[in-house]
Design a protein around this ligand. Structure first.
Ligand code: SF4
Length: 246
C-alpha cells in the first residue's frame, strides 16, 4: 500500500505590525490659569522679539528635498545634513529619480549622517511610495504623510509647515521637547503628550514659527548641558542663575 506523502508544514510567521497612525493628538490638555496663560504670552512675544527671522535651518528648495533632509536629520545636526544634501539633491533631484536609485549608492552619499542603512531604506521607500501613490509629489495632509516610510508626526509637521505653510501641529524635536519642559509649557516628557499641550497653549497661526523660534533659542541660548540663563529674558521656572540686569 502506498504511503500517504507528508504535507510540508507551513511555517507560521508573526503578523506584520501596522505602523501606528496618529493623525491628531487626542489627549485634552489641562486648562491654564490666567497667570500661566499670561506667561505663555510673554514667552511667545520674547521669542518673536529675539528671533523675528527664525526659520528651518535645513537647506532645500522643494518639498521633496525638505522631506529628504528632515528624514536625514534624525539623531544628526542640521549642519551635517546640509553637508550631504547637495550631492543627494544633485544625483536624485526628485522622487522619480530617487525611486530608481540603488540602496548602496544612497548609503554612500548619506553615510556621515549616522544610521545610514535605515535612513537610506526610508528614503527609497518614501520616494517609491510618492511615485506609486502621489504622482511623485509630497502630499499635503498629515494622514497621507505619516503613511510614508520614515515619516512620523514630527517630520510631517516640519514639511507641511515649512514647505507648504500648513499648520497641522507643532514640531516637537529634541529642542522643543527640552525647552517646553524648562519653560513650564508642559509637564509631560514625551513628544506625543507635549504636542497637544503646545497646540492648546500657542495660537494656531503661530504653531509653525513658534517651533522654529524655540529651536533657535535651544541652539543659541538654552542648550541641553549649559543653558545660558544669564542672558536669557524668558520668564522661566527652570532658570538656573539670575538674569543679568540691563
Ligand atoms: S532661563 Fe535658562 S533654563 Fe530657562 S529658558 Fe532661559 S536659558 Fe533656558
Amino acid at each position: 500500500m502506498a504511503r500517504a506523502r507528508k504535507q510540508p508544514v507551513k511555517k507560521r510567521t508573526a503578523p506584520k505590525q501596522k505602523k501606528a497612525v496618529r493623525k491628531r493628538p487626542t489627549r485634552k490638555p489641562r486648562p491654564l490659569t490666567a497667570e500661566e496663560q499670561a506667561r505663555v504670552g510673554t514667552i511667545i512675544a520674547e521669542l518673536a522679539r529675539l528671533y523675528p527671522e527664525a526659520t528651518c535651518e535645513l537647506d532645500f528648495t522643494t518639498p521633496f528635498q525638505l522631506l529628504c533632509a528632515t528624514i536625514l536629520s534624525a539623531q544628526c545636526t542640521d549642519e551635517r545634513v546640509n553637508m550631504v544634501t547637495p550631492e543627494l539633491y544633485r544625483r536624485w533631484p526628485d522622487a522619480g529619480a530617487l525611486a530608481g536609485a540603488r540602496q548602496a549608492d544612497v548609503e554612500r552619499v548619506i553615510k556621515t549622517t549616522g544610521f545610514f542603512r535605515n535612513k537610506a531604506k526610508s528614503l527609497l521607500g518614501m520616494a517609491r511610495k510618492l511615485v506609486a501613490e502621489h504622482g511623485g509629489e509630497v502630499p499635503r495632509t498629515m494622514a497621507q504623510m505619516i503613511e510614508l516610510p520614515g515619516v512620523a508626526r514630527k517630520t510631517a509637521n516640519v514639511v507641511l509647515g515649512t514647505a507648504y505653510g500648513l499648520a497641522t501641529g507643532v514640531v516637537v524635536d529634541t529642542h522643543v521637547q527640552r525647552l517646553s519642559q524648562r519653560l513650564g509649557l508642559t509637564r509631560h516628557t514625551e513628544p506625543k503628550h507635549i504636542e497637544p499641550d503646545l497646540m492648546a497653549r500657542v495660537p494656531e497661526d503661530q504653531w509653525i514659527v513658534f517651533a522654529h523660534r524655540l529651536i533657535w533659542h535651544g541652539r543659541r541660548v538654552c542648550n541641553a548641558r549649559k543653558p545660558d540663563c544669564t542672558r536669557c529674558p524668558m520668564p522661566c521656572p527652570a532658570r538656573l542663575v539670575p538674569q543679568l540686569s540691563s
